[in-house]
Design a protein around this ligand. Sequence first.
Ligand SMILES: Nc1ncnc2c1ncn2[C@@H]1O[C@H](COP(=O)(O)OP(=O)(O)OP(=O)(O)O)[C@@H](O)[C@H]1O
Ligand SMILES: [Mg+2]
Length: 237
Amino acid sequence: MSDVGIKVEGLTKIFGSGDTEVRILEDASLEVKKGEFAALVAPSGAGKTTLLMMLGCVERPTGGKIWLGDELVWDENRWSIPDTRRIRREKLGFIFQAHYLIPFLNIIENVKLIPLTNGWSEKRAEKKAMELLEYFDIGDKREAMPRQLSGGQNQRAAIARALSNEPQIILADEPTAALDMTRAVNVVKMLRKIVEEQNVAIIMVTHDERLLPYCDKILAIENRKVVTKTQVPKGFV
Ligand SMILES: Nc1ncnc2c1ncn2[C@@H]1O[C@H](COP(=O)(O)OP(=O)(O)OP(=O)(O)O)[C@@H](O)[C@H]1O
Ligand SMILES: [Mg+2]
């Protein structure tokens, strides 16, 4: 077992062709190790969400290679695994700006859904979900519906759900954008703790410079490449 969380080599992404061609990434490379928390910063439209969607095996790259852990998942022009949904269910946790809880399931049902889909027993899924809800201080909301929770509580429930399958990799697209600063910092501190305790690799897109001190490194998209910054790049918001 290596310490690779996410590795990308020579990644290219082009939308459309001819007059409508948009080049997002060209020969881009990056690596995030297990136990490493990376921020991804770049101006709007630079391709942050597109990159996360490729890493999440949702969007097809145009070329290059992607490894998730030791597994090569994209090899130049094809998925090199038979089932991309399996990877998402078993290895990945997604956190989005809008939380996307399922509105007609209560909070604990939302959190248990992926473990149950992965074949966990009801008892094990219930135990894991309760642990997470208590950790995020919303254990008392287990029977509530998403509409009955505040924005911050919903976002914490969504993070609990993203962690419910014990992912090795977390992809977070502006997870704190809808939160006030105190809550945003709390969420990022929680992610930091998970990185350290569970050895997961995280890439978090953010426009907020104040959250960067909680990350181990800063990745930026510049000239269609992914570069590692030692300082906060100017004007990334
Ligand atoms: N399916 C698509 N077809 C064509 N172009 C697309 C598609 N998806 C995204 N794009 C284009 O790719 C570029 C990058 O989009 P993306 O959503 O990845 O940017 P972003 O860095 O996440 O921006 P933001 O900070 O605003 O969320 C944009 O110019 C967008 O219009
Ligand atoms: Mg985006």
